[in-house]
Design a protein around this ligand. Structure first.
Ligand code: CTP
Length: 443
């Protein structure tokens, strides 16, 4: 049987091998300057939790089974995940499940002699980058609020100085009980973040508030706390995304192939780095990132109004949206019926949002545009940079493999008035981080 220490050694060995494989697999060579960011976020752009120690506290609720999915998601991001369960939680899910998923011993009893660390509850509390208690029963919330430490989870949490997230999950009446609400306020007073439970059909048969959010949402909360350095804290970032729709009649519209992925990745990267982010989004099929204010728009004119209204209070504007340059000259309020023969559609120019705002930009504001070309990428994009008074333009060629509409990756050249950086193929999230790095460096 393997000792715990060997398991840990195996994990760092596994991480080393993974890193080497990752470097081998990345198709394009990277320049020295890129190396640090590359290892942090890799070519998939999904490794922001690598080597972070995450403590999951699981208490007695039917939602406990969902934490297996969360643990697995975190392990896939190469986080070092430790699970501590209350005795009641073991009635809902077996500790072996967590041990198998995380490669770490799942702790339940404070007096278990088969431990890995010297004084387990203190060592784990010190080692943790973050702790999440989910599902958090009314019982643990009460104990945490009043400093009770009578098992492994409560003692560890009391010794933990890392950020603590709490995701309540219980029957609606229990959740709404004033005692529980008071206890939640006490947790908040002491700096813990309490995740508002979702509403819906509960296991007890009632419908209402008290449902633990899905593992993807819990993952996003963890990511928001520890994935990135908050180097954009205090900055207001406005991002646009998606393809505008220009209506012809109640049935038809003109649009383009943009899916909004690049703009959503920018909004996510900026919010993870601590910015206050507003995302003006044309219709997409994407889930907005956590903690981003979303302003839904449809047409180029809607987008212009939404961006213009917010521009004065914005530090950084990034226009990733594929805005229509033309709209049908007339909107017909009934369905246009077909006739014999061909038809001609008259088009009118839309407002150039960047052009208009670039002309009145303050010196302390930064504007980044996007440029998609099929030929003469640098010349055409540089012309847009100058004409629209931009600080930077991210140019990509639709014909380059790995760039363009709907792909998970992008290949961009960042052009500024007096320099230019060609980035290799990378995920859209990684491109987003590079764009923000350049903005911070040049702002
Ligand atoms: N853009 C804008 N308002 C428009 C059209 C485009 O603000 N009405 C922005 C886009 O969001 C992008 C940048 O301008 O950030 C460049 O868009 P692009 O369509 O590549 O350039 P255009 O200036 O429209 O030129 P062309 O279509 O001729 O390439």
């Amino acid at each position: 049987m393997l000792s715990e220490k060997v398991t840990v050694q195996n994990r760092s060995e596994r991480n080393r091998v993974d890193r080497e494989n990752m470097i081998q697999e990345c198709k394009n060579p990277i320049v020295e300057d890129d190396f640090h960011g590359f290892l942090h976020r890799n070519c998939e752009g999904t490794e922001q939790l690598r080597d972070k120690t995450i403590l999951l506290g699981v208490t007695g609720s039917i939602a406990a089974y969902k934490i297996a999915t969360l643990a697995s998601m975190l392990v896939k991001q190469h986080a070092d995940v430790h699970v501590i369960m209350t005795k009641n939680a073991t009635n809902f899910i077996n500790p072996i499940t967590f041990e198998t998923l995380t490669g770490n011993k799942c702790l339940v009893d404070t007096f278990d002699r088969n431990f890995e660390f010297q004084v387990e509850h203190v060592s784990l509390a010190k080692k943790a980058d973050i702790a999440l208690v989910a599902p958090a029963s009314a019982n643990i919330i009460g104990k945490m609020a009043h400093g009770i430490a009578d098992d492994m989870l409560t003692t560890t949490l009391l010794a933990c100085k890392a950020p603590i997230l709490v995701s309540p999950a219980m029957n609606t009446n229990m959740y709404e009980n004033l005692i529980v609400q008071d206890n939640i306020r006490i947790l908040q007073k002491y700096g813990m973040k309490v995740i508002t439970p979702a509403s819906g059909y509960l296991a007890c048969g009632d419908t209402g508030a008290g449902k633990m959010p899905e593992p993807e949402t819990l993952f996003a909360y963890i990511e928001a706390e520890i994935a990135c350095e908050k180097d954009l804290a205090g900055k207001k970032v406005l991002v646009t995304a998606g393809a505008t729709q220009e209506a012809l009649d109640p049935v038809r519209y003109l649009t383009n192939h943009s899916t909004g992925k690049m703009g959503y990745a920018l909004a996510k990267a900026a919010v993870l780095r601590g910015a206050e982010v507003t995302l003006v989004s044309a219709p997409t099929n994407l889930e907005p990132p956590l903690s981003v204010e979303v302003v839904p728009v449809v047409s180029a004119q809607d987008m212009f109004e939404a961006v213009e209204n917010r521009f004065d209070g914005t530090d950084i504007l990034i226009m990733a949206a594929a805005v229509a340059d033309y709209r049908p000259k007339e909107f017909v309020d009934h369905k246009i019926k077909k006739k014999e023969g061909d038809n001609v559609l008259e088009l009118a120019r839309t407002t150039d949002i960047l052009g208009t705002l670039g002309a009145r930009k303050r010196a302390d504001q930064f504007i980044c545009g996007f440029s998609m070309e099929t030929e003469q990428l640098v010349e055409n994009s540089r012309a847009k940079l100058e004409k629209k008074h931009l600080d930077m333009i991210a140019a990509n060629n639709l014909r380059t493999e790995g760039a363009g509409f709907g792909t998970e990756t992008n290949v961009v050249t960042l052009i500024r008035p007096d320099d230019m950086v060609e980035l290799p193929i990378m995920s859209k999230l990684e491109v987003a981080h590079r764009i923000l790095d350049h903005i911070l460096r040049n702002k």
